[in-house]
Design a binder for this molecule. Structure first.
Ligand code: R5P
Length: 296
């Protein structure tokens, strides 16, 4: 097996300490176009190749760089796997309004067309749970960092000699698989477009949690696949706080944080701690605890 590591994935390393040396060169021309060079390309001949890459930030650019890499790799081998811990374009996974383009299908079809035989990713938004799936003709192995997040939450609430109890909650039904092994609860979320001509949405939490459980005086760990604008987590945490929750911590696999100080705003509103994995590298939100994703 041959590992091709792009400069955006140099921390996925198999070596101790985590760092691997990238063996794909990616540079940018003065006009911003991307340039790709694979120095030892002949060594890939008929081998099984796994490409390690990140498709975020700047997903469009990262994707095109990937297409350039694939276009050269498939000349040497047809056995190509791709590992990207966060799959962008996965949230537009349905045609909500006639005319909406389902980018999740387009992306899967594109990867397949360019020769990816299997995609390995983590907590992919359009998949209901970890496991093996096919979308747009592409084989997908969806791994989960849920257990890693839960282990961190257990440690958090075990600081000192007292091991405090906590309840695990997912903010919506889509991420309910995070709470299944933790005997937790999934909230009910509704998203509404703020304005017909705008793609921004507002998040509302339905009051169904009250029927299921009483959170008064309880510690809570909210787990989700992704924090993007932070709207979901903020609403969920506020909802729980308003019903008397004690300490609230938040774990998400993908810390996209699209905007400045998103984490800070969540922390200010109702949370005590936010933790994510390094599936997405994001330097604009400093107060987030980052867990190194376990690449199995
Ligand atoms: C949605 O279904 C996901 O599980 C996340 O809750 C959502 O995508 C987070 O987005 P935002 O942070 O913008 O609310």
């Amino acid at each position: 097996m041959y590992k091709l590591i792009t400069p955006y994935a140099s921390d996925f390393g198999p070596r101790r300490g985590g760092a691997s040396r990238p063996n794909v060169v990616i540079k940018h021309f003065p006009d911003t176009e991307s340039y790709v060079f694979i120095p030892k390309v002949a060594s890939l001949k008929n081998k099984k190749v796994t490409i390690y890459h990140r498709l975020f930030p700047e997903p469009d650019k990262r994707l095109f760089e990937l297409v350039l890499i694939l276009s050269r790799v498939v000349k040497e081998t047809k056995q190509v796997e791709l590992l990207v811990p966060y799959l962008p374009y996965a949230r537009q996974d349905k045609e909500h309004e006639p005319g909406d383009v389902v980018s999740a299908d387009v992306l899967c079809g594109l990867l397949k067309t360019y020769g990816v035989k299997k995609l390995i990713t983590y907590d992919c938004h359009f998949l209901p749970k970890p496991g093996n799936f096919v979308r747009g003709g592409l084989k997908i192995e969806n791994r989960s960092a849920g257990k890693q997040l839960l282990a961190y939450a257990k440690k958090y609430f075990a600081k000192g000699k007292i091991r405090e109890k906590f309840i695990v909650i997912s903010p919506d039904q889509g991420s309910s698989y995070f709470v299944q092994n933790a005997e937790g609860y999934a909230m009910h979320k509704k998203r509404k477009r703020t304005n017909k001509n705008d793609i921004k949405t507002e998040v509302h939490m339905e009051n169904k949690l009250n029927e299921l459980m009483d959170v008064k005086g309880k510690n809570i760990c909210i787990l989700d696949d992704i924090i993007a604008t932070g709207g979901t987590i903020r609403r969920a945490a506020e909802h729980l706080k308003a019903r008397g929750a004690k300490k609230i911590i938040v774990g998400a696999v993908h810390g996209v944080f699209c905007g400045d100080n998103i984490a800070e705003k969540i922390l200010k509103s109702s949370c005590d701690e936010i933790f994510t994995t390094n599936a997405v590298i994001n330097n604009s939100n400093q107060n987030v605890k980052i867990l190194k994703l376990k690449l199995v």
